[in-house]
Design a protein around this ligand. Structure first.
Ligand code: AHR
Length: 661
């Protein structure tokens, strides 16, 4: 300890009631030397439609394969004949469809007093809640003189009807019809039964059962419990729609944002690239209906006060699959997609794409400021394509910051090849991806201390500690992983002048339908919860602060996996007039530290300590115990600008102190 500080502590301690310094470790916080601004996009979320994150998750359509466009058009459906009715014929037809992008539909040919019973199994069941209303809608046409009628029943797991409705008066042309059905019971595993009875031909498409209760009660809106978990994170940005899903196994199956907007019956269904990616977790019924499309992503960002961060295909299919390339002289449509996206998000309503946005109900611009060029690409082919995007976009839209990929790993040959090239190309931000064991995260808290301050900024775009190994089914969202991420994140925050955005990946996992783990948030058909990793993200995000504050830890060797100890970072929240200190203790025992806030005259009385901890490194949250590892807030009276605090073993603590300089 420096003599002048020792003297100060000795003089002030009795006055301020501070405990005498008996701690071996000292955390010096240069509260009078706030540094660079912490970017509002520092802590965000990365959404990808993996693990049934969209269809079967955030997008709460209950009917699987509602448009009969899956490769097997009857997947999810079973057909039978209602008791006492003549058997109708059911075929998949495509003559005069509802829309050219939705070419298949179901044709029922009913004999005299005929009937067809169609049952849909939903996504891991059709989930309903007691007392809630569900909007059943269907596109239908019928040329019979006396039109058949459609009866809709929600059938509980035990075979008991939980609610029903009837649609009559079908007409000769395609028409969307709907009826409300209220469920009398909660059942995550019900089925939807659609019974058509009468005589003649009936065509059916876009069969939908949608909860009325959605986020902001929007018709066809998002699942509110899952969005609420996102809202509670206060994410600075939302990256979408992926992930490898942007790239596709090959280019014909890449994500194309223009196919995801407009009326939902005109959004062209696409097979989900996670459908067949992992032999050990096949998901043959995993498709993208795009009910959650680019408009909805932008709207979600607006709802949550988050910056939109779309990632676009840059003319490369997934390099873990075919790696198919668009020849450079055929890249133009991809470049145009990027330009049109900027117009869709920001353009005036007089522009063609601005008009499309307005037609969807949002004349105001969405305020797009960043775009990612390619997801997780590498090699000279990527550099060439990134350069082409950069040239066009920088010339036409210098206001948009471009994010470039540094490949799939944080320090391999691909990474070291890309960084200098991207520096030369003056990329605004470089996207690094890190999936590794907890030890890597404990060891990498100083990763950015030596980064070039003059080059591109960093987007720590995908990271998550893997309790086993990458792509292992054994990975768990346990407290050890979360603690390791917390230690690492103190390093991101201490380097907020270089690291301007970051996000954990992936975001959502369905308990019955995951392909990848760990995930930040888990859900089943009706419930969802945040993992310990989620609460770590939340503590950083909700206690972001505006400016970095230098922190130095003395009296211990820098903490690593082999030498557990304290990690720390600090910021100032200017509007609240608070200093925010985050301390992670990775040691298996409590550590007492003297905290010295330099240049601070007075510390207010109403301090707050938020503590996230567990005595069990294997502790996890679950649907049954969603708060097993969750933050606890204590009010606390700081004794002065120098004080002693004990940090429990395996803990993360956020201290918020009102300070006066
Ligand atoms: O987060 C899961 C996958 O990991 C992402 O889709 C991809 O970008 C990375 O390889």
């Amino acid at each position: 300890m420096r003599p002048v500080i020792l003297l100060l502590v000795a003089v002030l301690s009795p006055l301020l009631g501070a405990a005498p310094s008996r701690a071996a470790v000292r955390i010096e916080v240069a509260a009078d030397r706030p540094g660079a601004a912490v970017s509002p996009t520092m802590w965000g979320v990365f959404f990808e439609d993996i693990n049934y994150g969209a269809d079967g998750g955030l997008y709460p359509e209950r009917v699987k394969n509602r448009s009969f466009e899956f490769a097997d058009p009857m997947m999810g459906w079973t057909i039978s004949t209602p008791v006492g009715k003549g058997m109708g014929a059911v075929t998949v037809a495509s003559t005069s469809p509802l829309h050219a992008k939705n070419p298949k539909f179901l044709r029922l040919e009913l004999p005299q007093n005929g009937g067809v019973r169609l049952a849909n199994e939903g996504f891991f069941g059709v989930a309903v809640e007691k007392g809630e209303r569900y909007r059943f809608s269907i596109a239908c046409r019928c040329d019979a003189a006396v039109p058949p009628e459609i009866e809709v029943t929600i059938l509980g797991k035990e075979g008991r009807p939980l609610g029903s409705g009837v649609i009559r008066g079908l007409q000769p042309g395609w028409k969307s019809r709907e009826v409300m059905v209220r469920s009398t019971a909660t059942d995550p595993k019900a089925r939807l039964v659609v019974t058509v009875t009468g005589t003649g031909n009936v065509d059916l498409d876009m069969v939908s059962l949608f909860p009325v209760k959605t986020w902001k009660d929007r018709a066809g809106g998002l699942r509110s419990d899952m969005v609420q978990l996102l809202a509670d994170l206060k994410p600075g940005f939302i990256r979408f729609p992926g992930g490898c899903i942007v790239e596709g196994h090959h280019l014909a199956l890449r994500y194309q944002w223009k196919e995801t907007i407009g009326p939902i019956s005109e959004r062209k269904l696409l097979v989900n690239r996670w459908n067949s990616e992992f032999k050990h977790r096949p998901a043959p019924d995993y498709y993208q209906s795009f009910g959650l499309g680019f408009f909805e992503y932008f709207q979600l960002c607006e709802d949550l006060g988050s910056e939109p961060l779309p990632i676009l295909n840059c003319g490369m299919a997934c390099q873990f699959n075919t790696g198919e390339l668009v020849p450079m002289n055929e890249l133009e449509p991809y470049l145009q997609d990027a330009l049109d996206l900027i117009e869709f998000a920001n353009g005036p309503t007089s522009s063609p794409w601005g008009q499309r946005r307005a037609a969807m109900g949002h004349p105001e611009p969405f305020g797009l400021k960043m775009i990612g060029i390619g997801n997780e690409q590498w090699g000279p082919q990527y550099v060439e394509r990134y350069a082409a995007f950069s040239k066009v976009l920088k010339a036409r839209h210098p206001e948009i910051r471009l994010i470039a990929s540094a490949g799939p790993r944080p320090a391999d040959d691909l990474f070291h090849f890309l960084w200098p090239k991207l520096r030369e190309l003056r990329a605004d931000i470089v996207d690094e991806h890190c999936y590794d064991r907890p030890a890597w995260f404990f060891d990498s808290a100083s990763r950015y201390d030596g980064y070039d301050r003059a080059g591109p900024k960093v987007f720590m775009g995908e990271y998550a500690a893997q309790s086993d190994k990458v792509v292992s089914v054994l990975n768990r969202n346990n407290w050890e992983c979360a603690l390791a991420e917390a230690a690492f994140m103190t390093g991101l925050e201490r380097n907020a002048d270089v690291v301007v955005t970051s996000s954990y990946a992936p975001l959502f996992g369905h308990e019955e339908g995951w392909q990848w783990r760990p995930n930040l948030i888990w859900a089943d058909n009706l419930r969802s919860y945040g993992t310990p990793n989620y609460y770590v993200q939340q503590l950083f995000s909700r206690n972001r602060g505006d400016r970095m504050v230098p922190v130095a830890i003395q009296g211990q060797v820098p903490a690593t996996a082999a030498a557990p100890g304290l990690y720390a970072s600090a910021t100032r929240d200017d509007s609240a007039g608070e200093l925010i200190l985050k301390v992670v203790n990775s040691a298996p025992g409590a550590v007492k530290a003297e905290i010295a806030l330099t240049g601070i005259r007075r510390v207010g009385r109403a301090g707050k300590a938020i503590i996230l901890r567990s005595d069990d490194l294997r502790a996890e949250n679950s649907l049954e115990q969603p708060q097993r590892v969750a933050p606890v807030t204590e009010t606390w009276r700081p004794t002065g600008p120098v004080f002693i605090r004990e940090f429990p073993k395996w803990s993360m603590t956020v201290l918020r102190l009102p300070v006066k300089r």
